[in-house]
Design a protein around this ligand. Structure first.
Ligand code: ACO
Length: 375
């Protein structure tokens, strides 16, 4: 039996949503190079593009914005659950996963089209409300006059955000909206392939995204930069990590053999942001850490090209936007939820039940032994 550990290289479906060329380092989102789309589009436009296959016209966009804005209020039971989670200081991704499941409590739940809008609208509202609860503050009532991304920043801080902060975060959310058959998207597609429902598929995907080999890396990547502190310490600190067998967070990828194109989009957004904020010291340090890490990884694994992935500059950009490290992975989910849903819609339209096989390597020909005779 030809076994592909981790399903590496296996093509399990066709998709019109995104194309990941790992050799050339090119990512297309519904036909657009990510570097062209992400810095210009609103998140509502990118979501519409993935769900409908084309950019929305002005009337469709306005109607879609209103539909999302009208769904930002969370069910009372969701808020109660978040309060209980905050009392126990449950990590944000676990609170998001639990709250995601409660979205089945909304009136129209179970209808795929409605669930799609509710999930995208509610994710940022859940993250913002929960963060405020962790800080001992009350969640804020949503405002319908703000766009999706500005609304998140408002719900988090209570202040109407400056346009450049909204642009920085919107670029991030667009950059991570979809990325082929990554682990969380695959999870969502497996769940929906059984003809389950969208809330179940998205909730499972949140669980898959949480792990450090997928969406959980940007926090540790930033910690690593802070731990290094000054450029001259990069080499000794990184060498020590590699000697201890640790992985350098923010480097390496299952598909990319060259630099992850999303790293460039985010590096550019971060550079602009740090320059405007008049504080380029951290940005300069990160670039120097990156250059040293790449040199040492080439030495460490000469046969395995290991380059910068999306998480390294995610950390830098989101930190520059004043967002706490604990929200980095939840914000990945806030962006990726639209992609998960787009994949679910595609799977429902033309997919087969996803059911691979395993190769049995356990024992055979065992004989039953009564419990009193077992040793
Ligand atoms: N630092 C040091 N060594 C590494 C790194 C790294 N960042 N990445 C891979 N390697 C080594 C592995 O230890 C392995 O060595 P071995 O053969 O001696 O065991 C070899 O390179 C091959 O690695 P694999 O595990 O086969 O690569 P895989 O495709 O399974 O993993 C992954 C990709 C999980 C992203 C890996 O590179 C990694 O752990 N990186 C650090 C965590 C990270 O940045 N995660 C975010 C990924 S991006 C995203 O999901 C959005």
């Amino acid at each position: 039996m030809d076994t592909k550990q981790g399903l590496e290289g296996v093509v399990a479906a066709t998709t019109r949503l995104s194309s990941v060329d790992g050799e050339a380092g090119v990512l297309l989102i519904a036909g657009f190079p990510v570097e062209d789309l992400a810095p210009l589009a609103t998140f509502e436009e990118t979501t519409w593009l993935l769900w409908n296959g084309a950019l929305p016209g002005a009337a469709d966009l306005a109607a879609f914005r209103s539909r999302l804005a009208a769904r930002r209020a969370l069910p009372a039971a969701t808020l109660d659950l978040l309060r209980a989670a905050a009392q126990r200081r449950v990590p944000v991704m676990d609170a998001l996963r639990m709250a995601s499941g409660t979205l089945s409590l909304t009136d129209s739940a179970g209808d795929t089209g409605q669930d799609a809008v509710i999930l995208v609208a509610a994710f940022p509202a859940i993250v913002a409300a929960y963060w405020r609860m962790l800080e001992g503050k009350e969640p804020l009532a949503p405002r319908e006059d703000l766009g999706h991304t500005a609304s998140f920043l408002y719900l988090l801080t209570g202040e109407e955000p400056a346009a450049e902060r909204v642009r920085g975060l919107e670029t991030y959310l667009n950059t991570v909206i979809d990325h082929g058959f990554n682990a969380s998207t695959f999870t969502a597609r497996v769940i929906i392939s059984t003809r389950s429902d969208l809330v179940s598929a998205v909730t499972g995907a949140v669980g898959a995204l949480k792990g450090p080999l997928h969406g959980g890396a940007p926090g540790p990547a930033l910690d690593m930069v802070f731990e290094i502190g000054t450029a001259d310490r990069a080499e000794p600190v990184l060498r020590e990590k590699l000697a201890r067998g640790e992985r350098l967070m923010g480097f390496g990828h299952r598909i990319y053999r060259v630099r992850d194109p999303r790293a460039d989009v985010l590096a550019e957004a971060a550079a602009r942001f740090y320059k405007n904020a008049g504080d380029s010291a951290l940005y300069d340090l990160a670039r120097s850490v990156e250059a040293t890490a790449l040199r040492l990884l080439r030495e460490h694994k000469p046969d395995r090209p290991l380059d910068t992935n999306v998480e390294f500059y995610t950390a830098l950009l989101l930190h520059g936007l004043g967002l706490p490290t604990d929200l980095f992975t939840p914000l990945f989910a806030v962006g990726r939820v639209s992609g998960w849903i787009a994949h679910c819609l595609e799977q429902l339209a033309n997919g087969r039940l996803i059911r691979p096989q395993s190769e049995y390597v356990g024992e055979r020909d065992r004989r039953w032994v009564p419990v009193e005779e077992r040793r």
